[in-house]
Design a protein. Structure first.
Ligand code: UDP
Length: 356
């Protein structure tokens, strides 16, 4: 009997749990493939981590590291030390990483240095802004990866422009798979609209956590001012990321009439998304999820990686003027079966080439 294909998957932050969910569930059902799920511990609060494992039926991590953002030096370096020790003991055929967080780069670098093929899911995204920590993580991970799964055609082009054409596969977007999984469950199980006393179509939903908006008082004050004004027009709910809450408390930034709540689980988030009048966010994932629910979005940044949402008229940068543009459908994100595309291609590559 041939040996199982063993994938060591590294996750650590909220958006990665969401991307991992459809893929890990599928792997768990497939014969001949085994996943070792490693959680770095980057996000560890129950409302930033456990809730996603529960609600999205993600298998519990096989290995739980505890690398915390506790101010004792850069978290990427500390994760690298731990992963460098761990990965050679696992005898995995490849290491799979998602997206653009510090866990992504640490995992990719640890694997590449140990000559384990790196699989990057959500490859090729670019903001072309190297001041963003996520941009550094993406660029370096793509250049270390052997197999690169791109959610969009633009991502494929971005890689080609950097000379990366081998091992590049357009797969659609796992976050669309995750949204389809959550959509009906959210409607059935979430009572968040009642809990918060919100009327569908008559509130805005916001999130803020990017370093460029939270790194100092002027930056956070600028966003808070924008949101305060919006909250004068219509109720505005802001599930506050722990980083933003810490910075706001430390710097004494007030959000006025904005309704601040704790971070939400995925089903509550999708219930609010589906019913919101508009989404205001600096999150990457939320820009697309707003589109998946056909809710217009304003991105609280000066650029976006998800250019399709802007081109199709569903999203605009807060620095761009408001225009009445026709809204069109986006076909690039696939049909909700990205997990199967990725797994089939991964197995195909491993079997036919004997090395990814
Ligand atoms: N999200 C959530 N609860 C919240 C805020 C966000 O479930 O309180 C989800 C959101 O729906 C999206 C993901 O978290 O799927 C986005 O994560 P985040 O904004 O942390 O990261 P980014 O997308 O910017 O990488």
């Amino acid at each position: 009997m041939s040996k199982d294909l063993t994938i060591a998957t590294i996750v650590g932050a909220r958006p990665q749990f969401i991307k991992a969910a459809p893929f890990s569930r599928l792997v768990a059902e497939r014969e001949g493939v085994r996943e070792i799920l490693i959680h770095t511990g980057q996000h560890y609060d129950s409302n930033m981590s456990d809730v996603f494992f529960d609600e999205l039926a993600i298998p519990k991590p096989d290995i739980q590291l505890e690398v915390r953002n506790d101010g004792s030096g850069d978290i990427t370096g500390r994760m690298l030390v731990e992963l460098d020790r761990l990965l050679p003991t696992l005898e995995a055929d490849c290491v799979l990483v998602y997206g653009d967080t510090d866990s992504t780069l640490a995992g990719a670098l640890a694997a590449a240095k140990r000559h384990i093929p790196v699989v990057h899911v959500e490859a090729g995204l670019r903001s072309f802004n190297r001041a963003m920590p996520e941009e550094i993580n993406r660029v370096l991970t793509d250049h270390l990866a052997t197999l690169l799964f791109c959610p969009t055609g633009t991502a494929v082009t971005n890689l080609a422009n950097e000379g990366i054409t081998r091992g590049v596969i357009k797969s659609g977007d796992l976050m669309y798979d995750a949204t389809i999984f959550a959509r009906d469950r959210a409607r059935e199980r979430s009572s968040i609209l009642d809990t918060l006393g919100l009327t569908p179509g008559e509130f805005r939903l916001a999130t803020v956590h990017r370093a460029e908006n939270t790194k100092g008082k002027p930056e956070l004050e600028r966003v808070a001012d924008y949101l305060r004004q919006k909250a004068e027009e219509m109720p505005l709910v802001l599930p506050l990321h722990p980083r933003t809450r810490t910075v706001a408390d430390r710097l004494g930034v007030s959000f006025g009439a904005v309704r601040l709540i704790d971070p939400l689980g995925y089903l509550d988030m999708h219930r609010l998304l589906a019913a919101a009048h508009e989404v205001l966010t600096d999150s990457g994932g939320l820009q697309k999820e707003a589109y998946f629910h056909r809710v217009p979005c304003i991105t609280l940044r000066s650029e976006s990686e998800w250019v399709e949402t802007i081109d199709a008229g569903w999203n605009r940068l807060w620095t761009s003027p408001e225009t009445s543009r026709e809204r069109t459908e986006i076909t690039d994100y696939g049909d909700g079966a990205a997990a199967a595309e990725i797994l089939d291609a991964l197995i195909g590559r491993m079997v036919t080439t004997a090395a990814v």
